[in-house]
Design a protein around this ligand. Structure first.
Ligand code: ATP
Length: 258
């Protein structure tokens, strides 16, 4: 057994995880989800979702593959072109990339909205507070004065001036039913999901098959690069993006390793 094998069980703070560990990103992700559960931000089921994601990331080589980078650039262009972009936050997203989501929202001038599968007032509030602790000025989702059609009452709750009114929504680690229902509302949907076979990326206009801890900072980097670009340039990036290719390239990488 190497010294590294004991790392995750004993870590109190993520700084203790050695950055040169061969599975550094996986340990970091796991640690953040565990902390999220402890803080009441992440539901226990979020650990299962993380486990599924971790297996796919292992097969992807724990790196942003070129087709995912293209998708991240297309996502940045969509968000910059949008009239009303909204970034949806669930318990796993809040645990894994709170500051990075705040940074992206500021860069593309988007709203942040908490949207939970297992919605309780305590968890909604804990996540909103957590985002504010990471620099968010306004957090939507607590009003819940509108409904996504074709979803049951709890899971369909959104803010009327948030996700309901958005033209472009980023929905990372989303469950398939909600991704489908949002897609039916004629919104441009950007999904981050490590499983290219999952329903959510398959219904998205921009499926990003990448770990959220790499994807969000990279979308922000592309957005910073494109922030002064004219509409024609942004529209060209959007038009040239091929969603079928992005899904196929990710599946090919997972199945063959190439
Ligand atoms: P679906 O309902 O879409 O058919 P599912 O039941 O697997 O699929 P959920 O469990 O609701 O969906 O969502 C979890 C999804 O998030 C999984 O597809 C998983 O691969 C993905 N995922 C988990 N962790 C990460 C991560 N860190 N980055 C990106 N995706 C992740």
């Amino acid at each position: 057994m190497s010294d590294y094998d004991t790392v995750s069980a004993e870590v109190e703070h993520e700084d203790e995880i050695p950055e040169d560990h061969p599975r550094y990103q996986d340990l970091l992700t796991r640690h953040r989800i565990e902390k999220g559960v402890e803080k009441g931000i992440t539901h226990l089921q979020g650990m299962h979702a993380e486990g599924r994601g971790s297996a796919f990331d292992y097969l992807l080589g724990e790196e942003t593959i070129p087709s995912a980078d293209d998708a991240e650039r297309a996502a940045a262009a969509h968000l910059l072109l949008a009239d009303h972009p909204v970034l949806s936050i669930n318990g796993n997203v809040a645990a894994l990339v709170p500051g990075e989501m705040v940074d992206l929202a500021e860069t593309v001038d988007a709203d942040l909205e908490v949207n939970l599968f297992n919605r309780t007032p305590e968890r909604m509030q804990a996540i909103a507070d957590h985002l504010r602790d990471h620099g968010a000025e306004a957090v939507k989702g607590l009003e819940a004065d509108a409904r996504i059609p074709n979803l049951d009452h709890q899971r369909g709750k959104v803010d009327e001036d948030g996700i309901y009114a958005a033209d472009v929504v980023l929905v990372p680690l989303e469950d398939g039913d909600r991704a489908e229902a949002l897609g039916e509302m004629d919104k441009t949907e950007i999904v981050i999901d490590l499983n290219p076979l999952s329903r959510s990326p398959r219904v998205a206009e921009v499926p990003i098959v990448d770990n959220i801890i790499r994807a969000v900072p990279n979308i922000t980097a592309h957005a910073r690069d494109l922030v002064d670009a004219d509409r024609d340039t942004l529209e060209k990036i959007v038009e040239e993006f091929d969603r079928e290719h992005a899904l196929e390239a990710a599946e090919e990488r997972i199945r063959s390793g190439f």
